[in-house]
Design a protein. Structure first.
Length: 433
């Protein structure tokens, strides 16, 4: 019997449903310019984003001061009232933002730079999160970059932070401590604006765009001067650590004399950690040359040392009692060594661009690194200065003008020498290789 298409052979017959393939619908992602447009993501309101992120930044930077105040009062079996701990903690928090406190001992304006660094970090992060919440980086395709979203975020943070400062000053003022509400509000508003702008423009790629468009000479000068300052501060930190280590017995005795117990001793150590960046900056001014002073009766420099009555602070136990003698004058060569290292790094970094880099451009960056380093060190010296009361402790800190001038000269000389020598050596090696 012939086999017809309508009657397939037994065993070879397959069912229709076996031959059919079930095909599921495939969802394709819409491409740009084709298909329905995506609905734009909803952004958080600027006021809400700035308020939440700024308040969180203020709380995070306030907690360490509250903990320190509580530890210092833990020696008392009855403890300190919560209101007193809050007022003293807020006063210390405002002091970290360079808001002076009027006390019975006189004005206190020496900011603990360790706590200041925490506040700067948190407000910068508030700027990043606020700018991200309002979409400061996102923009339509082929649209020109605009600084206004990041600037609005920074201004909002400044307003909220200023209100926090005014409220903190109103609460911190109590018997024996007086804080100006207006000055606190304005100071923290400027603080929040600057730190928030740093974070907001970083998130919006504004700083990256500025660095790309900046002239190569200026960009290299800023980088080299900053590296020099960081190396000088590192040298100051090393000198401070060695001085405190050599006088560790005196520092321990000062802590024991407070009779505060373990909790109080921990609190004193944390307070010293808050002021450690101040002392590091003082040590940096010492190795640069001009030195620093602690009141009217104590002046410390490599050439002259005059020590008068000092506060009972463990960090001050390592202060020198005599001018630099023996091997100590070698410390004055540390800033020059830092400048030489920075100049060497500048020349090495410019090596891949050697074909299109002129001597004028390279040496110009090395020369301009000096003013950059001088300005940065002078500003740090001002930030690390203040008063610890009236009378003999009304002026504490480095001689900022002299420190900046000497650092500028030493940095310019060192970077020029190192850059020139490194450039010549690398060129000779290149020609021989």
């Amino acid at each position: 019997m012939p086999i017809t298409p309508e009657e397939p052979e037994d065993g070879a017959q397959t069912r229709l449903e076996d031959r059919e393939t079930v095909r599921l619908p495939i969802q394709r992602r819409p491409t740009r310019g084709k298909g329905p447009a995506r609905r734009p993501a909803r952004r958080a309101p600027l006021a809400l984003a700035a308020t939440v992120t700024t308040l969180w930044a203020a709380v995070v930077s306030l907690v360490p001061t509250l903990v320190v105040v509580w530890l210092l009062h833990a020696v008392d079996s009855s403890g300190a009232p919560a209101g007193q701990v809050l007022r003293l903690g807020l006063a210390g928090w405002l002091l970290a933002h360079w808001v002076p406190l009027q006390t019975g001992l006189g004005p206190i304006s020496l900011a603990p730079l360790g706590l200041t660094a925490v506040a700067v970090w948190r407000v910068c992060r508030a700027g990043v999160h606020t700018a991200r919440a309002v979409g400061a980086r996102a923009r339509p395709r082929n649209a020109r970059w605009s600084p206004w979203p990041a600037l609005r975020a920074a201004l909002s943070i400044g307003v909220v932070y200023g209100l926090c400062g005014a409220l903190a000053a109103a609460v911190a003022g109590h018997k024996g401590v007086d804080v100006s509400v207006v000055r606190a509000g304005l100071t923290l508003a400027v603080f929040g604006l600057l730190a928030g702008a740093l974070g907001a423009f970083t998130e919006a790629r504004g700083l990256a765009r500025l660095a790309v468009r900046m002239p190569t000479v200026l960009r290299d000068a800023i980088r080299t001067g900053t590296v020099t300052v960081l190396l000088i501060l590192g040298a100051g930190a090393a000198v401070t650590g060695m001085a405190v280590a050599f006088s560790g017995g005196d520092a321990s005795q000062i802590i024991d004399d407070y009779h505060t117990g373990i909790a109080g001793q921990v609190g004193l150590v944390v307070v010293c950690a808050f002021f450690a960046p101040n002392v590091v900056t003082w040590a940096a001014s010492y190795v640069v040359g001009p030195g620093f002073q602690i009141g009217t009766e104590t002046s410390i420099s490599a050439a002259e040392v005059s020590v008068g009555p000092l506060p009972a602070v463990p960090l001050l136990a390592g202060l020198p009692s005599t001018p630099a003698t023996g091997w100590a004058p070698l410390l004055l060569g540390l800033p020059l060594a830092a400048a030489l290292i920075a100049g060497w790094l500048l020349a090495r970094r410019a090596l891949p661009e050697d074909a299109g880099r002129s001597w004028f451009s390279l040496l110009g960056a090395a020369a301009l690194a000096g003013p950059v380093a001088g300005v940065v060190l002078a500003l740090l010296s001002v930030a690390a200065s203040g008063s610890l009361g009236g009378g003999g402790l009304a002026d504490v800190g480095p001689h900022s003008g002299a420190v900046g001038f000497v650092a500028m000269l030493m940095t310019s000389i060192g970077t020029l020498l190192a850059t020139t020598a490194t450039k010549l050596v690398l060129r000779v090696r290149k020609e021989r290789g």
